[in-house]
Design a protein. Structure first.
Length: 409
């Protein structure tokens, strides 16, 4: 199935209640489960990743298939390693090709017993859960922050706690900071000095918690505002002083021409009349915004140089190759260097006559490319559009409410 998406015939005036943050939701679910007295969590994300997490936490089974939920795979691998029992966890074919060796080795070094059921270094996993001794380990700071967060969240339950030394450059710092701040809200202190993180044995004290809206999901509406004439888009549930690293996208969009006004309920997006000549940015802390800004820059005619993209190849898709392939279909040539840099200097090529954008089982490919419907009068055709359920199940419905025409093909 595919969707043909066409832009509104009138200015975009929309009031959107964004989905809750899945990054916060899944962390809070783990911490709540590790506490002695779980409390109500309000406004949990209605996404595939969070549904997969809840399905496992509320299950009486010992065999789990979490589909394409990468965050859930990493967090549960750590969580199940300290829950007494024998567990198996698997996922989609893409998940079976997403590396998890470094997390497994770290957990095994802390007293866990985890085995690979098929390919060495990849899911599915067999986990023999038990009390973990803990102690001191080293891990590259250049790995997915989800590995680090997974270890930190179970650290207070370890007999010796955890001292985690991060080697080299630390990427995605805001996601680690998010984990630490949420742990603090649940009564657990984490000491972070330089390259070292230390968590003493402690007890989680769950509290009633309301999850804020998702800044990653907001980024696609910023692109819509950028491409639209005289837009006014209200996004409910966003906090100006957010724990989410992707809130940095608001300031970056200022350089492309979108101003954010924060209200008591959320944010309002309008044009500010600014357009930079070239956008240069290091996405080391916000890799999930890369697809949004690549598309936003290309279709606003803004050359760019984006670095810090080393984790893009191991996301839901190889996002570097996916972006290059799909933009070439539309007549744009972006280049990559050393798997960490993407750039565009205005180079064009002949577009395909009837391009169909492939989504690669990647929710962010679908949502990043959808706003292009505003600048292509014939619209844009999107394959497998339901991938958005991973983080933003109501995305197409929200687009329709903003005046977009969506036709199933």
């Amino acid at each position: 199935m595919s969707y043909l998406i066409k832009g509104p015939q009138s200015p975009v005036r929309a009031s959107i209640f964004l989905p809750a943050s899945k990054s916060i939701s899944n962390r809070i679910l783990i911490m709540n489960a590790l506490g002695d007295d779980p409390r109500e969590i309000k406004n949990l994300a209605d996404s595939d990743d969070v549904k997969a997490m809840m399905g496992v936490l509320h299950s009486n089974d010992c065999h789990f298939n979490i589909g394409a939920a990468g965050t859930t795979m990493r967090f549960l691998t750590a969580f199940l390693s300290k829950i007494v029992g024998e567990w198996t966890i698997t996922g989609s074919e893409r998940m079976k090709n997403r590396p998890i060796r470094l997390l497994v080795e770290a957990l095994n070094g802390l007293g866990a017993r985890i085995e690979y059921m098929e390919k060495e270094g990849y899911p599915p996993l067999r986990i023999f859960g038990s009390a973990l001794q803990g102690g001191e380990i080293s891990l590259s700071g250049g790995v997915s922050s989800q590995y680090i967060s997974a270890l930190l969240m179970i650290a207070p339950t370890m007999e010796k706690g955890l001292k985690l030394h991060l080697e080299g450059e630390i990427i995605s710092r805001p996601y680690i900071h998010l984990t630490i701040q949420l742990m603090k809200a649940f009564g657990v202190e984490v000491e972070w000095k330089g390259q070292d993180l230390y968590v003493a044995p402690q007890t989680y004290k769950p509290i009633p918690f309301t999850v804020e809206s998702d800044w990653s999901g907001a980024s696609y509406w910023y692109t819509i505002a950028l491409f639209a004439d005289h837009p006014e888009i209200e996004l409910s549930g966003l906090f100006e002083h957010s724990l989410q690293g992707d809130a940095a996208g608001a300031k970056l969009f200022e350089q492309l021409g979108i101003h954010t006004t924060f209200t008591g309920k959320g944010a309002i997006l309008r044009k500010n009349g600014i357009k930079c000549d070239r956008l240069v940015y290091d996405f080391i802390n916000e890799p999930d915004l890369a697809q949004t800004f690549v598309v936003a820059c290309v279709f606003s005619g803004t050359p760019f140089h984006f670095s810090g993209l080393q984790t893009l190849k191991i996301k839901e898709s190889d996002r570097i190759e996916a972006l290059k392939a799909e933009l070439r279909k539309l007549g744009y040539v972006i280049t990559d260097k050393e798997d960490t840099i993407l750039e565009w200097n205005g180079e064009r090529c002949d577009p395909e006559p009837h391009p169909v954008i492939q989504t690669y089982e990647d929710h962010r490919m679908a949502m990043a490319f959808a706003p292009i419907a505003l600048v292509k009068p014939e619209g844009i055709e999107m394959a497998d559009p339901q991938v958005v359920t991973k983080s933003y199940p109501g995305f197409w419905k929200d687009l329709a409410s903003a005046g977009f025409l969506i036709e199933e093909k």
